[in-house]
Design a binder for this molecule. Sequence first.
Ligand code: NI
Length: 175
Amino acid sequence: MAIREIIILPDKQLRLVSKPVEKVTTEIRKLADDMFETMYDAPGIGLAAIQVAQPLRLITMDLAKKDENGETKPKPRVFINPEIISSSEEMSIYEEGCLSIPEYYEEVERPARVRIRYTDLDGKVHEEDADGLFATCIQHEIDHLNGVLFVDYLSKLKRDRVMKKFAKAAKRAAG
Ligand code: NI
């Protein structure tokens, strides 16, 4: 396993539409392993392959909560070619962040529940209902596969402000 570099705003690759994974190969498994290592190291709860510059429809996630002893048992999950097949009319608001937009958090409103279809690492197709944080997180990550970022849901004023901030930081870093 290896930690890969997470690309950040304003990297244009974040706007790419990722391609379906045709077959779960050794390379795909290796990519998922690396994504987990990268995500845990960051640390984050979800990562889309495009965030490590791989335009493939692959997501890693771990929403494990601390138990009563304050310990967290990892609950790694992989979603290949995930799709939302239905969404609730009811909405919910969560404060979201993104490893590609570090240290920036804003509230985003999304459907409170979604039904998803995805393939696992064994190539099996599943359907599952998501609610709560899981619903928000899977919608955020599937957006990445379509080149959409959570800041796209903010007011133009807020979005322009954060885009400018990251563009400036990139310029500074480039000297
Ligand atoms: Ni993100």
